[in-house]
Design a protein around this ligand. Structure first.
Ligand SMILES: Cc1ncc(COP(=O)(O)O)c(C=O)c1O
Length: 463
């Protein structure tokens, strides 16, 4: 049996001890007000029954509304995670609840790949209408982001007759075998799972703050595009063997990194030149989160396939692969399918959610996101350990570094994240040392101020 450092010690990263709770491997000491008694008891029960997972602090939710969460001990916390960028309309939005209740009394599931149903058709029509203008689009519904990526990989191979896929370092595309083979974010996500899908290659993402191999930041776009054309294509991966390039328009799990200008457009050009499909993984950046419907729209780039999930279901599990019609229509009936995709309940809610994104949430993400970004940048201006606050809309990251070397300081980011929790603010980290802010797209200006204030208090408390 595989040896595991945590076996017999803890079922996750978080443990409850006789003295209370503590993050493993962290040198920082915190006040003991959270977790409360009920949360501690539930964490202990969870540790007895769940497989090891990556819980980062002991939030045990009791109920939630809008951007607020109450834990099982009655503590109110402000939610700048939205359950990892999922709850676009916030917790328990009355419009979504109304639609869900109505649909629950009509039907929930009727196998969308075998039978027809109107909620699925309406959600697909709405989604197709919200795609970048120009081509006609076709939709395949999935249950998650990783499944949308699997469908995208399969369609790209099928439609081009080619095998290879190029993704990027620091990318996150999911945990099933195809998507994991593209994921290149953290070694622990791959360790123990090899061999992965053959025919996957990685190139450098045009990260303007951390250009690859310490190259010139002024030329990061050219450096990264040249690597594909002059190194990958000329050595290991001939362009006519490549089915697709898969890119996050903003890297999510990799650190909320906005690529340098021109990078996405450059990839589009490479794809056009060599008959390669461009797949945008909009699982985290899509559905209004960045202030536009899709992250690619900030760069005026139209991909061939978009993978969506997270925000799309308004809190219910739903993903989608949306492809240009001429690509998608190459599949034969039965080429691909699933059981739950096109579920009546999730699709009815998704239709309402998409309507809300179109009507108000996207604009709110742009406006309140700009405000939150400015407030966080004010905080950062007094903290040399925060090297940059970056992002688009309500997808914002604050990167923590060692000020002397400029190197990422992941322990500090972890400590600030946990202190935020103790100050009543829910955030998550991403990348090597970034705290991400991905609240519901319903966030108000006043709530944005409260997020920035609690963050500032937490940063001060840790430093
Ligand atoms: C960009 C991106 N793609 C794919 C995924 C995988 O989605 P899921 O966890 O729903 O499988 C994620 C999840 O965080 C993501 O951020």
């Amino acid at each position: 049996m595989r040896s595991h450092a945590r076996v017999g010690y803890n079922q996750g990263r978080y443990r409850i001890t006789a003295k209370g709770s503590t993050m493993t491997n962290t040198p920082y000491v915190f006040p003991e007000t959270l977790p409360g008694q009920h949360a501690s008891a539930l964490v202990a029960r969870d540790n007895q029954v769940m497989v090891p997972m990556g819980r980062v602090y002991p939030l045990v939710v009791d109920h939630a509304q809008g951007c607020e969460v109450w834990d099982v001990d009655g503590n109110r916390l402000l939610d700048a995670t939205a359950g990892i960028a999922v709850l676009a309309a916030g917790h328990c939005h009355p419009r979504l609840i109304r639609v869900a209740q109505q649909q629950l009394t009509r039907f929930t599931h009727m196998a969308g790949t075998d039978f027809y149903n109107e909620p699925m058709i309406r959600a697909a029509e709405k989604l197709a209408a919200l795609m970048p203008q120009g081509p006609a689009w076709r939709v395949f519904f999935t249950n998650s982001g990783t499944e949308a990526i699997e469908a995208s990989i399969k369609l790209a191979r099928y439609a081009t007759g080619r095998q290879n896929i190029i993704a990027f370092y620091s990318a996150f595309h999911g945990r099933s075998y195809g998507s994991l083979s593209l994921t290149a974010s953290k070694p622990r996500q791959r360790r123990g799972f090899f061999p992965l899908l053959p025919g996957t290659f990685h190139a450098f993402y045009a990260n303007p703050q951390r250009p690859p191999l310490k190259s010139d930041p002024a030329h990061v776009t050219e450096t990264c595009l040249n690597f594909i054309e002059q190194t990958l294509f000329q050595t290991t991966c001939p362009p006519d063997s490549v089915a697709a390039i898969v890119i996050e328009p903003i890297q999510g799990e990799g650190g909320y990194v906005v690529p340098a200008p021109g990078f996405l457009a450059g990839l589009r050009q490479i794809c056009d030149q060599h008959g390669i499909l461009l797949i945008a993984d909009e699982v985290q950046s899509g559905v209004g989160r960045t202030g536009k419907m899709w992250g690619v729209e900030h760069e005026g780039v139209v991909p061939d396939i978009i993978a969506s999930a997270k925000g799309l279901g308004g809190g219910l599990p739903l993903g989608a692969m949306i492809a240009r019609s001429e690509v998608a229509m190459q599949w034969q009936p039965g080429s691909h399918g699933n059981t739950y995709g096109g579920n009546g309940l999730t699709c009815a809610v998704a239709h309402e959610l998409l309507t809300m994104v179109e009507e108000e949430l996207m604009a709110n993400a742009a406006q309140v996101g700009a405000h939150l970004m400015a407030r966080l940048q004010e905080v950062a201006a007094h903290v040399p350990q925060i090297s940059v606050v970056r992002g688009r809309g309500l997808m914002i990251g604050a990167e923590f570094v060692d000020p002397a070397s400029g190197n990422p300081n992941g322990k500090l980011a972890d400590a600030v994240m946990e202190m935020c929790f103790r100050k009543g603010l829910l955030v998550l980290t991403c990348g090597a040392s970034t705290i991400r802010f991905c609240p519901p797209l319903t966030l108000s200006m006043a709530e944005a101020d409260e997020v920035a204030e609690r963050f500032a208090v937490a940063v001060r408390a840790v430093l």
